[in-house]
Design a protein around this ligand. Sequence first.
Ligand code: TXA
Ligand code: MG
Length: 326
Amino acid sequence: MGRVTASDIDKAAAVLRAGGLVALPTETVYGLGANAEDPAAVSRIFQVKGRPPTHPLIVHIADAEHLDTWVKDVPAAARLLAEHFWPGPLTLVLRRGARVPLEATGGLETVAVRVPDHPIALALLKAFGGGITAPSANRFGSVSPTTANDVRAELGDAIGFVLDGGRCEVGVESTIVDVTGETPAILRPGGVTREDLEAVLGYPLTVPATSHVRVPGQHPSHYAPRARVVLVEPEKVVAEAELASDLGHQVGVFLPASFTGAAVKAHAVVEVPASMAAYAHGLYGFLRELDQQGCDLIVTSLPAEKGLGLAIANRLRRAAGPRTTV
Ligand code: TXA
Ligand code: MG
């Protein structure tokens, strides 16, 4: 568990029991955790994040065997997916059990549950003994944190305890699958690929278009850096960066892997890794880095929407989405 000791875990569990908030690493991104069964603690998460109270949270549990105590019924498809992918970056939406307060579900009669695949998260869940509701530990709408420093930069003094587990392995959030309907539906692409889910289920799944607002809180602009994100075709990235630079922008570029080594007129350039796993792992860090370097515009293109490329494209589209002015 690296720099985290058993006594840190005990302290964090005590903070949760006392109704406090703890930032914890998972394999996807850092979460801002509270006792899932403590409505006041859960409400504090929304205050700290600046998140609308109707935007539901994920309940993290230690073991798939505990699932039945948190939800009302577990359809066969859910059982199958949990068996194959837990612990791991898959969240299942099921009917809410009595244990889950409505504060955690944004008033919905369904609840999102997952078993994270991270030694620190699992150690904390075991020491605490209950469920931990945890959204990504960032301010509402901004880029999810993948290091403990990102958490501190986002939420600063608002949280007493940050468990530092180094950089998150997967780098994008969990895949969310709604298993309450007749057939499972992907609500958010993420760390488990659609292809892997389909291989286990034995049938194709649909993925909603990014612009289709289905779930409370699935706003088009999300995961957004301060800089405006502009998406163009891969072969136009270099020309677009030059044009925007000539117009006086501080341009940041995510240069597609097929153009690695190309000369680009820009303030800062990130060469996108060819491997989608490496791209997902670095994605939020790259966005933060370009913000920190003072870029006001980020130019890039979407990767092919297969494998982890589906989740990366989803996050880039959302980062590029229309922003509200509130
Ligand atoms: O990888 C992850 O999932 C990370 C780590 C910390 O586990 N968590 C995360 O949480 O991404 P958050 O709060 O940033 O995103 C939770 C998503 C939201 O898009 C929310 O709309 C959806 O889960 N969600 C939660 N409960 C739901 C429900 N009952 N029905 C449909 N969607 C739900
Ligand atoms: Mg989030």
